[in-house]
Structure formats: structure tokens, C-alpha cells
Design a protein around this ligand. Structure first.
Ligand code: 5GP
Length: 112
């Protein structure tokens, strides 16, 4: 069973795409939790960060660099938060790794 993100990557389902390359796609979150909220998603299916393998090292690095690049492009000059939810307790709802980038408001700590 493919996830919603695989359907977005393949173009079956539309999304507001901010960027894509051979390794990842960046889309705006459909239920934004901040004025700016986008997701950096590897095109390769990695179910969650807890299941990533050594061979995913360069992809994982790429995702973080793209997260920062798109945050700059989105003018998040006063800061932003990067989140990866892992598993049930982590609040993960889509089992396809994705990095949340949230900005445009003051973030709180500890997170909920
Ligand atoms: P998780 O809870 O797994 O960390 O994050 C999944 C995220 O995907 C949620 O923030 C949710 O709003 C977002 N999302 C779920 N379905 C869609 C969709 O069809 N399109 C977009 N753009 N985002 C989605």
C-alpha cells in the first residue's frame, strides 16, 4: 500500500510543490501548524528515521540541507523549527519519512 506521499511524488495527487530534485520533494503541509509549514520528503521510501540505514546517510544529509535552503527561500530569517516525528508516541501519521519545517511564529518549548 503506497502512502499519500508516494502518490504526491508520482503526481497522482496534487500538492503545492516548492522544490524537487532526483532525491526529494518539498511541499507545503496541507494542515499548516505555522504561517510557514513545509515537508521535505525523500523520493526513496524510508518508512521513518528509526528505520533508516547506513546507505541512507547521504539522502538524510541532503534532506537537511534542502530544508535549510528552502527555509531561506521562504524568508524564515528570524528562525524556524525542524521536526521529525517517529512512530506512534512521536506523533507520526504518515509512514514515509518527512522533515517538517515550521516558521513565521515564535515556537514554544517543550513541544506538545
Ligand atoms: P506526521 O504526523 O506523519 O509527522 O506528518 C504528516 C503530515 O503530512 C501532517 O502534518 C499532515 O498535515 C501532512 N499531510 C497529510 N496528508 C497530506 C496531503 O495530502 N498533502 C499535504 N500537502 N500534506 C499532507
Amino acid at each position: 500500500m503506497s502512502t499519500i506521499f508516494e502518490k504526491i511524488i508520482s503526481g497522482q495527487i496534487p500538492a503545492d510543490i516548492l522544490y524537487q530534485d532526483d532525491q526529494c520533494i518539498v511541499i507545503r503541509d496541507i494542515e499548516a501548524q505555522a504561517p510557514t509549514h513545509f515537508l521535505v520528503i525523500p523520493k526513496k521510501v524510508i518508512s521513518r528515521i528509526g528505520n533508516a540505514e547506513d546507505q541512507d546517510r547521504s539522502t538524510l544529509g541532503h534532506l537537511l540541507l534542502i530544508a535549510a535552503k528552502i527555509a531561506n527561500q521562504e524568508n524564515l530569517d528570524s528562525g524556524y523549527r525542524i521536526v521529525i516525528n517517529n512512530g506512534n508516541d512521536g506523533g507520526e501519521t504518515v509512514p514515509h519519512l518527512h522533515i517538517h519545517v515550521l516558521g513565521g511564529r515564535q515556537m514554544k518549548w517543550p513541544p506538545g
